[in-house]
Write a protein of this length. Structure first.
Length: 347
């Protein structure tokens, strides 16, 4: 009889409110600045990954959304090597433990949202893969330790190991040992906060993040100011705003940081455009809404694509969704209306 071991997990998408953009070491995925994100609920945008290992498998295999994909990239190999290294240590300490580190893995991963459309699919994907294999291997590592492995797959993946409000501390060590995710606050700390995702386009993004950020690091004059002055101050203020449940400040910092990130993209040479005309319309609508209320009732943020995430507090849901409804159509699941589809995940 062939013995197989299985493990299955889900990892949710995280959406940065203080953006990671720039690497100081591209093989270890060490960032040029710390970042902050909000992890969406497990019930909504997520990756579900099942891993199996068996001595009867011939090679490592990955199926992503039903398609056989390569695991040959350095990022995937780094994650698998690290996880096997830890498993091997465990086997050396416990000779009765099965030698799973020597067996091939079969990884089956499914996203319930558009892949590579600027919706952080690589984040949920690598977080789920690392977490599933760590469970399969019964590794005695906490989430911060696992975040360092997931980071090597995709920088933003380290933040999806935690729920709620999460910081990725850039760290200073050359080997990346202190570049890890930590939880600022659990989602129950600020239960009233919500997010609406406006899917302007589900197409694959034109400029992949890795290449985009390397171009920015190399060519943008504004970039240095962003990482040395803007982000460090904003990191402190945003962490405090989250702990104080101060939506006014959180919203302002979130919108400013989205603007700052897209400004350094535009300042790259040749320039990188992620936002399109619909994205810009969303910015204007949210600004007008906030102005009309005399306070920030909503905050927009855009990643490496034209899709928007709108943060708001539950008490303002009717107002915020009403405005979105007015401009873009009904609010039923992923229904397509006037160029934007939207979903309101639970946080
Ligand atoms: C973020 N983004 O903080 C920022 C904001 C996109 C814009 O993290 O090269 O896919 O795999 O480390 O993590 C997208 O970058 O890049 C990203 P790699 P990743 O969420």
């Amino acid at each position: 009889m062939t013995i197989q071991y299985f493990s299955s997990v889900t990892a949710p998408v995280n959406i940065a409110t203080l953006k990671y953009w720039g690497k100081r070491d591209s093989s270890l995925n060490l960032p040029t600045n710390s970042s902050i994100s909000v992890t969406l609920s497990q019930d909504d945008l997520k990756t579900t990954t099942t891993v199996a290992t068996s001595s009867s498998f011939s090679t490592d295999q990955l199926y992503l959304n039903g398609k056989l994909e390569s695991l040959a990239s350095q990022r995937s190999q780094s994650c698998l090597e690290e996880l096997r290294k830890y498993r091997k240590q465990l086997e050396e300490n416990d000779p009765s433990a099965p030698k799973l580190s020597q067996w091939p893995l079969r990884i089956v991963s499914v996203n319930n949202f558009p892949t590579a459309a600027g919706l952080a699919s690589s984040a949920a994907g690598y977080a789920a893969m690392v977490y599933a294999i760590a469970q399969l291997y019964e590794l005695p590592l906490d989430r911060s330790e696992l975040s360092k492995i997931a980071r090597q797959g995709s920088g933003s993946a380290c933040r999806s190991l935690y729920g709620g409000f999460v910081a990725w501390e850039m760290g200073t060590e050359i080997n990346g040992d202190d570049s890890k995710a930590v939880q600022i606050a659990d989602v129950s700390h600020w239960p009233g906060i919500k997010a609406a995702i406006l899917v302007v386009s589900a197409e694959k993004k034109e400029v992949p993040s890795t290449g985009g950020m390397q171009l920015t690091v190399k060519t943008s004059d504004l970039f240095d100011y962003r990482i040395k002055k803007v982000v460090p101050e904003r990191f402190e203020k945003m962490s405090k705003a989250i702990l104080a449940k101060d939506f006014e400040t959180f919203a302002e910092l979130t919108m400013k940081d989205s603007n700052s990130f897209h400004a350094v993209c535009l300042d790259s040479y040749p320039p990188i455009f992620y936002m399109n005309d619909t994205s810009k319309r969303i910015v204007k609508i949210i600004n007008e809404l906030n102005k009309s209320q005399g306070r920030n009732v909503a905050a927009y943020t855009f990643d490496a694509g034209p899709n928007a995430v709108i943060y708001y507090e539950e008490k303002d849901e009717r107002l915020v969704l009403g405005v979105i409804h007015e401009f873009f159509g009904t609010l039923q699941g992923w229904e397509k209306k006037k160029g934007v589809e939207y979903v309101v995940p639970k946080l």
